[in-house]
Design a protein around this ligand. Structure first.
Ligand code: ME8
Length: 514
């Protein structure tokens, strides 16, 4: 990895249904860090995609009466379309059925086989198709899958195995030496315990399964879908042919849900160690969104669709882009990444009303109202900074890269909202409207300059979370976007355009009556 670069990934999602807020959560989280890092001057590679092979996908295609290829093409497009709607700025969208990926998977399997890390044995145990996971009898809970609770199937066949146990000690050492390798700490502890219990060799083949990548030296087998899927992170990074890209970006930061931590922080690093490649820079496992305390899932029928959430705001008078940003804001603000979050329509509406309409929206619209009424709509640029506001801004910027890199988004947002609160309070206390009425023009100008300069800073700070709201606010302030969405634009105080007349603005966040 070269200095100043940042590679972040989401899991590649199964193409058996449309995305819900669980998928959107991981993807928006990755989008926020990518937008932030680009703003901070990093060269970013942000990758997402779809996991298209395996028995689960084959069965879902059959259940929906589609040819598997047609099925994966269709759902993969649904994911792409949804990410476009949610303003996701990915650099790469990888599909595991792409030839470029199949080539890398086969290359890796050959390499591991040739170096003696893959051997033939007999697999005897259980398999959960919805989770695409092998289990031994002692791992089952009441005879069912310990992860999803559904029935498992018995499997006994000749199979190929990866010598995972050989890399256990190296992995353990890495986790122990690198306290931030897995975050949050509770998940790191969980992983440590599991690695210490001992790692069995991993079955990496499925006999006779045709919807998968064939094992190059035994074509009657396909490669276990999780091994196929994990390798996507290397394919995107240019491994093995594009050395330049690979050396620029690898290792990646993997964002995952807590259900798939073991694959990313247990199995995957062992494969990488076997290949002589650096293990991931970080694996961050977030919590689950629940509805009435149950994990959201298609089988339970309690799915929340992010696009429908946005539509519910459009019905209340929101512009589409602003509604999408409100969904993004809610998901990033409501729960600290790592904990579970309970979704309800009430909590969504409450956030939108209180944080967006009452705090941010109110600050902007009352400020514009004051300047229109008492200052001909022209933002004064007096240049004298109000230290109280400047210091708040500086203290946010100080730790920002670190907080963002540790995915402490709720803390960052709460700091930005404290800033918004401070500017609203400043307006109340200074009551510039009275100063204008009393003819104290200089004082009025100075206060309004500081208010709008604060709004400019706030608009830049919220950009990673709400890009369209940010762009709307900045362009209303006459600020050029390209030069504004940069770290330098947050330095100092007083980068507003001289004598800018604010155009007519529309209310961004209509208050929702409940
Ligand atoms: O596991 N709350 O794909 P997947 C929060 N293809 N996040 C949730 C969630 C919920 N209720 N439900 C799902 C796979 N997620 C594999 C990944 S990667 C090499 C292969 C999110 O479609 C969360 O990030 O089942 C979880 O890890 C991911 O969706 C799983 O998506």
């Amino acid at each position: 990895m070269k200095e100043g670069t940042f590679y972040v990934t989401t899991p590649i999602y199964y193409v058996n249904a449309s995305p819900h807020i669980g998928h959107a959560y991981t993807t928006i989280t990755a989008d926020v860090i990518s937008r932030f890092k680009r703003m901070w001057g990093y060269k970013v590679l942000f990758s997402t995609g779809t996991d298209e092979h395996g028995q689960k996908i084959l069965e879902s295609a059959k259940a929906q009466n589609r040819d598997p290829k047609e099925h994966v093409d269709m759902y993969s497009q649904v994911f792409k379309d949804t990410w476009k709607k949610l303003h996701i700025s990915y650099d790469e969208f990888i599909r595991t059925t792409e030839p470029r990926h199949e080539k890398v998977v086969q290359y890796i399997i050959n390499k591991l086989y040739e170096q003696g890390d893959i051997y033939k044995g007999v697999y005897e145990g259980w398999y959960c198709v919805p989770c695409e996971t092998f289990y031994q009898a002692d791992e089952l809970v009441n005879g069912n899958c310990p992860n999803c609770g559904r029935p498992v199937i018995w499997n006994k066949e000749d199979d190929y195995f990866f010598r995972m146990s050989k890399y256990q000690d190296k992995l353990l050492e890495h986790i122990e030496k690198n306290p931030d390798f897995v975050q949050p700490q509770t998940r790191r502890q969980e992983l440590l315990n599991r690695v210490k219990e001992g790692m069995r060799d991993l079955c990496i083949s499925r006999k006779g399964l045709t919807w998968g990548i064939p094992i190059p030296f035994a074509e009657e087998y396909s490669i276990y879908v999780w091994v196929d899927a994990l390798i996507n992170y290397l394919t995107v990074a240019g491994y093995p042919d594009d050395r330049e890209k690979f050396e620029t970006f690898w290792p990646a930061v993997h964002l995952v849900g807590k259900d798939i931590l073991w694959f990313h922080a247990g199995i995957w690093p062992c494969i990488l160690l076997a290949l002589g490649i650096d293990v991931p820079r970080k694996v961050f496992a977030h919590g689950f969104w629940t509805v009435k305390k149950e994990k959201m899932s298609k089988s339970k029928g309690n799915i929340i669709d992010p696009v429908q959430m946005a539509n519910s705001l459009v019905d209340k008078g929101f512009d589409w882009d602003i509604a999408i940003d409100a969904v993004r804001y809610f998901l990033m603000r409501e729960v600290p990444l790592g904990l579970d979050g309970e979704y309800s329509d009430e909590s969504f509406i409450h956030r939108v009303n209180s944080d967006l309409a009452n705090d941010l929206g109110n600050l902007f619209f009352r400020s514009v109202g004051i300047i229109n009424r008492y200052g001909d709509g022209i933002i004064p640029n007096t240049g004298n900074a109000e230290n109280e506001l400047l210091n708040i801004k500086d203290s946010i910027i100080k730790g920002l890269d670190e907080y963002m890199t540790n995915f402490e988004y709720t803390k960052v947002l709460s700091d930005i909202w404290d800033f918004i609160g401070a500017v609203n309070k400043y307006l109340d206390q200074k009551s510039p409207w009275s100063l204008a009425r009393d003819g104290k023009r200089e004082e009025f100008d100075s206060i309004m300059f500081n208010v709008f300069e604060s709004i400019r800073n706030i608009a830049i700070l919220i950009y990673p979370f709400m890009p369209k709201v940010s762009e709307y606010l900045l362009s209303s302030l006459g600020v050029e976007l390209e030069s504004s969405l940069k770290r330098e634009a947050l330095e100092g105080w007083g980068k507003l355009k001289q004598d800018w007349k604010i155009p007519e603005v529309k209310p961004l966040f209509p208050r929702i009556e409940v």
